[in-house]
Structure formats: C-alpha cells, structure tokens
Design a protein around this ligand. Structure first.
Ligand SMILES: O=C(O)CCC(=O)C(=O)O
Ligand SMILES: [Fe+2]
Length: 259
C-alpha cells in the first residue's frame, strides 16, 4: 500500500487558462520571464510543502545554517512535487511558448530553499551549465525553467530569485558574435537593473534558459521554498549550439515578437 505522502492529491481543478495570452507571450519574449498567477490549487501547495518537510526531517541542514540549500531528486522519488507540473495547467502553459508537444517531460526536480537572514546574495547573474565545461563536453543547457513558489515571495527580499531582464537576448547575441563554444563561464554583458521575481504560493514562474539570474536575499521571517523543473525542447540536446545563439530557436511561437 502506498505511503500517505505518495498519494497525489486530486484537486478541484482551478479555472486556469491552459495557454498564455499574446500579451503574456510578449512579456516573456521581452523580459525573459513571466509569473502566471493561480496555476496550482492550495491543496497541492500544502502537499508539496509537506513533502519538503519530510525531506528536511530526513536530512536537516546544519543548525544555524543561513543561505541557500539546493536538492535535486529524480521525479519517481518525488511524485508530489512532480504533480505540480503534471497535474496542473503548468506544462501546457510552458508549451504555449514553444509549441504544443515540443517539451520533454523532465526527469528531475530541484527544491531551492533560502534560510534567513541571508543578505550576501551575489549581485551578478549566471546562466546554468557553462562553468567548468571542458572543450568537448556539451554544456548543461536547456530551454526553460519552470518554478513554483511554495512560500510567499510577493514582496521583496523573501528569497526571491534575482533576474536581469532582457539579458537572454544579450547573451544570445554574444554567443552569435563569439561562437557558442565561448560558453565556458558567465559572459560579460552590460547589465540592466536587476529585478526580483515576485510570486505567491500557487503562482508559477516561466524563465528563459538564457536569462541571467541568481539566488536572492531572504531578510524575511521564514525559509524561502521554490520548486524548479528544467524543461527541454525535444530537439534541444542535438541543437544546443543553435539555441545558445538564437533566443527563439526553441520558441517557434515567439519568433518575430521582439528583436
Ligand atoms: O535560488 C534560486 O532560486 C536560484 C537557483 C539557481 O539559479 C539554480 O539552481 O540554477
Ligand atoms: Fe541558476
């Protein structure tokens, strides 16, 4: 018999559109990310928080730990977290940026926690996967980050992700100019003003892979909890060099929306 934690709640389905509007697609294309309100019902958020509670009870961080704790799990070991993506409109909303049937369901999930009081976040962006790459290795690139807020991040400095809006397009240009094999470390580009991603439990973040970002500060009262999935277009692995040079390579529906 299944343990209680393995039971994925059958929620009353929220009345959430399964596609983004043109205005939302334009916002994503322009800024490199978008927060979509009310994608996950409260009972699924509660279940996900209970799953993270269990994870932490089994392997708590060191007493007094301040700052981030990241943990990756295979999806089969985290069915309640997987349901955030699988049993909501989230996956279909993500595919409305890339085209229906284009995204591979991911195999792993990340929990990202930030223990307060954390004020030392790096005021510099990164792009996942290039650092430490050897010349013949493919870097660990993907198409889109999908994030689910398990805690309130609707005000600033609650562990909100730092983002540098529009840098997905600057980075693609830099890789066009220098070649995709230049991606061995964070490329230097002129940075816009940094933003914090704001969202409440139930909201979802969709973020372009190439958007510069970093874990943020948490001066709030409670531990920040976000769940991330890294999504890949099914052609991405073979075409990662193209995807690094063209921000719309994996995003056919967005071509022509912004330069
Ligand atoms: O702390 C966060 O939300 C950022 C995590 C991150 O950038 C990463 O895991 O690649
Ligand atoms: Fe990252």
């Amino acid at each position: 018999m299944a343990e209680p934690t393995e039971v994925v709640p059958r929620s009353a389905t929220l009345n959430v559109p399964r596609e983004l509007t043109r205005a939302q697609r334009e916002e994503f294309a322009e800024r490199g990310y978008i927060v979509i309100p009310d994608v996950v019902p409260q009972d699924m958020i509660d279940a996900a928080n209970a799953a993270v509670d269990e994870q932490l009870a089994a392997r708590p961080p060191a007493p007094g730990h301040v700052g981030v704790v990241y943990k990756f799990q295979q999806l089969e070991d985290a069915p309640v977290l997987a349901s955030l993506l699988r049993d909501t409109a989230a996956f279909s909303l993500a595919e409305s940026l890339t085209g229906p049937g284009t995204i591979e369901f991911p195999e792993s999930v990340q929990t990202a926690l930030t223990y307060p009081p954390f004020k030392d976040a790096r005021e510099k962006p990164h792009i996942d996967g290039g650092k430490g790459r050897k010349p013949d290795d493919p870097p660990w690139t993907f198409t889109m980050l999908a994030g689910f807020f398990l805690t309130d991040q609707s005000t600033d400095d609650q562990g909100n992700l730092f983002v540098w809006p529009g840098t997905h397009r600057q980075h693609a240009k830099l890789f066009r100019d220098r070649g995709p094999d230049a991606f061995t470390t964070y490329p230097n580009v002129e940075l816009p003003e940094r933003d914090m991603v704001r969202g409440k439990p139930g909201d979802m973040l969709l973020k372009h892979y190439l958007l510069g970002h970093n874990g943020g500060n948490n001066t709030g009262e409670s531990v920040r909890r976000t769940v991330y999935f890294r999504l890949r277009h099914h052609e991405h692995e073979a075409k990662w060099r193209d995807a690094l040079q063209d921000a719309w390579h994996d995003y056919a529906p967005l071509r022509g929306l912004v330069p």
